[in-house]
Ligand binder design. Structure first.
Ligand code: LLP
Length: 405
């Protein structure tokens, strides 16, 4: 929210938070997470709809607990995420492990913690069956449909390494029955950052078609991928229409093939808009060609712009709402030429000492950060209306030194 040219997060001024906790700093607004969760669940009126939050988007323990209290489960993609979810208090039945290129050791870990495994390949299915016959599994299907905001995040269709192709249903059944495995779930995840409903429904059509041949299903999981508008001109997904159509499709499937729970695994949709990265401008470099706005962090903290060419709005927190008069490049402090948060961005006059808020970074921001250039990761704080609390302390160089022998 912007009031009197000042950016607020919840009811607190961004500049007050930066002064107290320092920069670079990730700040999340808990009310936004709750609002997103509730709007999603409210718009899907199918008899049993379950949200399994994809915690790769943001695995902060406090955020996991917020989602747990809202009733969410967890989509975990590594033993570490399974462990973290258990630590956050999720029961094992509320976690689904969807690994890719999974080792026997990883399967053992997940199995020992009573977490259901979502099988990603025929090879994994056989290995699992040999080691754990007479048990329950879920299977990830590639429905021959993919979509996403960038080629790197398309996870369905012929070029994708994920899942078992929808046409291999008979083989899946044959192997499963050989080891007496009960397939209780079918899953797809076609990609990420999708703002149009069509690819979802094409994927769902294919998945439900495959599902007809499986008689023990308790749930069908349509994955995550719901996009958010990062650019001002982008339109959000029409959740009401999406929810109505989804509910209708599942209700009609249930009528003819028996009731199955509908699962979704949103990551970005729930948390992206809740997060802001605060970074301080320390250098304004004007050359005959460009104006470089130099900040106190870089792609070590937020890699989406350089990795996907992703757009994030940037607000000058202490000059929000001021007239935008100059074209600038907002860059980080990392020793690579690609280290930019924005290029050719029209912004207000910026001076050294100004505070920038990089918006919509609650998903795949901190969780994709690194120690590149031997820089410690930022701290994370949570705002709940007018209260601010630290939910991950700032890393130090000493923390990073700990691993060396
Ligand atoms: N389920 C599975 C099995 C997934 O692999 C993913 C994301 C999700 C759910 C959640 O997708 P979401 O609802 O957040 O789109 N780093 C990229 C996104 C990669 C997503 C990978 N898988 C980015 O920053 O755009």
């Amino acid at each position: 929210m912007i009031r009197n040219n000042t950016l607020y997060i919840g009811h607190v001024k961004a500049s007050t938070i930066a002064d107290e906790y320092g920069t670079p700093l990730y700040v999340y607004n808990s009310d936004r997470i709750r609002k997103n969760y509730n709007s999603l669940i409210k718009n899907i009126r199918y008899w049993k709809t379950e949200i399994y939050y994809a915690c790769k988007a943001n695995y902060n323990l406090t955020i996991l607990k917020i989602l747990k209290d809202l009733g969410s489960g967890i989509d975990a993609v590594s033993p570490g995420e399974v462990y973290l979810a258990l630590k956050a208090g999720f029961s094992s039945t509320k976690i689904l492990f969807t690994g890719n290129n999974v080792t026997d050791e990883e399967m053992k870990f997940v199995k020992e913690h009573d977490v259901l495994i979502n099988i990603d390949s025929l090879s994994q299915l056989k290995r699992y069956g040999k080691n754990y016959p007479n048990s329950e599994i879920s299977v990830r299907i590639n429905p021959n449909v993919g979509a996403g905001h960038h080629p790197h995040v398309i996870t369905g269709g012929p070029k994708s390494k994920f899942g078992i192709y929808y046409s291999r249903g008979d083989e899946i059944k044959r192997i499963a029955s050989h080891y007496n495995l009960k397939i209780v779930g079918l899953h797809m995840h076609i990609g990420s950052g999708i703002l149009k409903p069509e690819p979802f429904f094409l994927g769902i059509e294919s998945l439900l078609n495959t599902a007809k041949g499986f008689c023990d299903l308790e749930f069908i999981d349509i994955g995550g991928g719901l996009g958010i508008p990062y650019k001002p001109q982008e339109k959000p997904l029409d959740l009401k229409k999406f929810g109505q159509k989804l509910s209708k499709i599942f209700a009609s499937y249930a009528k003819t093939h028996g009731k199955v729970a509908l699962r979704l695994e949103p990551g970005r949709y729930l948390v992206a808009g809740s997060g802001v990265l605060l970074t301080r401008v320390n250098t304004v470099k004007k050359t005959q060609h460009r104006i470089f706005i130099g900040t106190d962090t870089g792609f070590n903290s937020l890699i989406r712009p350089i990795l996907y060419g992703a757009h994030h709005e940037i607000i000058v927190a202490n000059k929000a709402g001021r007239e935008k008069t100059q074209k600038v490049d907002v860059c980080g402090n990392i020793c690579e030429s690609g280290d930019f948060f924005a290029r050719n961005r029209i912004m207000p006059e910026i001076e050294e000492g100004d505070l920038l808020a990089i918006m919509d970074v609650g998903a795949y921001g901190f969780s994709m950060s690194s120690n590149y250039n031997f820089r410690p990761r930022p701290a994370e704080v949570l705002v709940s209306s007018n209260k601010v609390k630290i939910i991950r302390r700032r890393e130090t160089v000493e923390d990073m030194l700990r691993y060396f022998r």
